[in-house]
Design a protein around this ligand. Structure first.
Ligand code: URA
Length: 212
């Protein structure tokens, strides 16, 4: 099966350097998603951040601009960070999958987001694990089901696990705590936006209190 592993830098020193990782990831062909996406969107933020946020995959605007969470979902995340009292300088933001996956309706122009497959999430996981080791955060926040499954396993359910301090299960991951929550784009899609946002903010307050 396909994997990003052969595209990672060769030495352990380079594998723990975010700039080396970012530059190597720009040429990743570890799954098929590079073929239609504009570019790899690697994680960004504070290399020494105590909190690492993990989304699903770049969206349309992230794909064009090359930076994570710069579109509508990013604006929800920014607002909630501010309101929860989590400082930007304490944050690194990335995605479970580093390329935008989309389809177009027949004859259509608009690029419609498609969820990554389990195989694509698995193929991309070496980048996420390398970022985790390089940043070595105290708390990892999974945004939505894809990130939750990528780090907590296939039986992960957001509704059941959200808003509590969990730990990373696996021997290959550093021993950070994890808080799972919804994806900020769920706020944008919700009928009762205010209530869904309030729940998201409550989960981020759990993160903020774990940092004190
Ligand atoms: N949604 C994500 O999961 N990640 C982004 O970077 C943007 C939108």
């Amino acid at each position: 099966s396909r994997s990003a592993a052969p595209f990672l830098p060769e030495t352990p020193e380079k594998r723990s350097d975010l700039d080396e990782l970012r530059s190597a990831a720009s040429g990743c062909r570890g799954c098929g998603l590079y073929e239609n996406a504009t570019q790899t969107v690697f994680g960004e933020g504070s290399p020494a951040g105590r909190v690492m946020f993990v989304g699903e995959q770049p969206g349309d605007q992230e794909d064009r601009k090359g930076h994570p969470f710069v579109g509508p979902a990013g604006r929800i995340l920014d607002r909630a960070l501010e309101e929860a009292g989590i400082e930007r300088g304490d944050v690194y933001v990335t995605n479970a999958v580093k390329h935008f996956k989309f389809k177009r309706r027949e004859g259509g122009k608009r690029r419609i987001h498609e969820p990554p497959s389990a195989g694509e999430i698995r193929a991309c996981r070496p980048w996420l694990l390398a970022e985790l080791r390089a940043v070595d955060p105290d708390v990892v926040v999974t945004l939505g089901a894809t990130a939750g499954k990528a780090l907590l396993g296939p039986s992960f359910r957001v509704t059941k696990e959200r808003g509590r301090l969990l730990s990373l299960p696996d021997e290959e991951t550093p021993d950070a705590r994890v808080v799972a929550t919804i994806h900020p784009s769920a706020v944008l899609r919700a009928e009762d936006r205010d209530a869904v946002y309030a729940g998201f903010l409550d989960d981020l307050k759990v993160v903020a209190s774990a940092l004190r």
